[in-house]
Design a protein around this ligand. Structure first.
Ligand SMILES: [Zn+2]
Ligand SMILES: [Zn+2]
Length: 256
C-alpha cells in the first residue's frame, strides 16, 4: 500500500539521522501484523491470507469462565471447577500460540505500540457482543520500574484503546508493588503463593453498582487476573476480564 511505503520512507529518514521515532506517531502500518507483508484491506483484516490460515482464533470449545481452549466437550475447565474465580468471564479472541504469540512479544518487547489499537478491535468485538454494560475499564499494571524500562505499560495501553473504542472510562485500580522472582516453571498454586502482596488496590473510588473489566495482554493460567479481580470483587457489582490471547493450560509456561 502506498501510504504504508511512504511511512516506511519517513521512518528510514528518521533512522538515517539517528532520531528515535515513536511508533505511536504512525499508528497504522498497513502491513500484516504477523508477517509484515502488504495487505489490501487493513481496516477490516489486518493480516494476510496465509497468516490468517495459521493464526489460531479462540473460537473453538472454550471454558465459559476463563476462556481457556478445551479439547473435550466440557463447558468449564478443570481449573475453574477447582479454583474460586473472582471474575465472571474472560474475553480472549486469540489462542496464545505461534504467530499471535510472536506478535504480542513484538508489541511488548520491541515497542510495536501501534499493535495496541489493532488487537483492541478484536477484544472490543467480543466485549460488545456480550452486551454487558461496563462502568470501568482497568488493567493489570506493571511495576513503575518495569514501566520505565519498557517505556510503556502494555496492558494500560490496551485498556486506553479499549476505553476509546467502547467509550468507557479507564481507571487505574491496581498497583503492582514488586516483580516476581521468576515464574518460569511455576504452576497455578505456586503462582498464587508468589503473588501475595504483589498487587494492591490503588485507592480509586469504587461503587457497589460498578461492573469492572480488567485488561491484560495475555491470560496464561488466569492466576494474575484472578488475584486482581479478588482485590476489588467485594467492592463492586461484578468483575470481568479480557486479554488479546488465552494460553492453553499446561504445567509449564514461559509467561506470567
Ligand atoms: Zn501475514
Ligand atoms: Zn476456566
Amino acid at each position: 500500500m502506498k501510504s504504508g511505503r511512504f511511512k516506511d520512507k519517513v521512518k528510514m529518514f528518521f533512522k538515517k539521522f539517528g532520531l528515535l521515532l515513536d511508533e505511536t506517531l504512525f499508528p497504522i502500518n498497513f502491513r500484516c501484523i504477523f508477517c509484515d507483508n502488504d495487505i489490501p484491506d487493513y481496516e477490516n483484516k489486518p493480516f494476510c491470507e496465509s497468516c490468517e490460515k495459521e493464526v489460531e482464533f479462540n473460537n473453538g470449545n472454550k471454558c465459559l469462565i476463563c476462556s481457556a481452549p478445551i479439547e473435550n466437550e466440557a463447558m468449564i475447565c478443570d481449573f475453574c471447577q477447582k479454583e474460586k474465580r473472582y471474575f465472571k468471564k474472560a474475553f480472549c479472541p486469540f489462542v496464545y500460540s505461534g504467530k499471535v504469540r510472536s506478535a504480542i512479544l513484538g508489541y511488548k518487547d520491541s515497542n510495536k505500540r501501534y499493535l495496541a489499537s489493532v488487537f483492541t478491535k478484536f477484544i472490543a468485538k467480543e466485549v460488545s457482543e456480550s452486551e454487558i454494560k461496563f462502568d470501568i475499564i482497568t488493567y493489570v499494571p506493571l511495576t513503575d520500574k518495569k514501566r520505565r524500562k519498557r517505556g510503556f505499560d502494555q496492558a494500560e495501553l490496551l485498556a486506553e484503546e479499549l476505553g476509546k473504542c467502547l467509550k468507557i472510562p479507564v481507571k487505574r485500580l491496581f498497583v503492582k508493588n514488586k516483580d516476581a522472582k521468576t515464574q518460569k516453571f511455576s504452576n497455578y498454586k505456586e503462582r498464587q503463593q508468589n503473588m501475595k502482596g504483589m498487587y494492591s488496590l490503588s485507592g480509586e473510588k469504587l461503587k457497589k453498582t460498578d461492573t469492572v473489566l480488567i485488561v491484560d495482554d495475555v491470560i496464561t493460567t488466569g492466576a494474575t487476573v484472578n488475584y486482581c479481580a479478588g482485590l476489588c470483587a467485594n467492592k463492586v457489582k461484578e468483575v470481568y476480564a479480557c486479554a488479546i490471547a488465552r494460553n492453553r493450560y499446561k504445567e509449564k509456561t514461559d509467561e506470567s
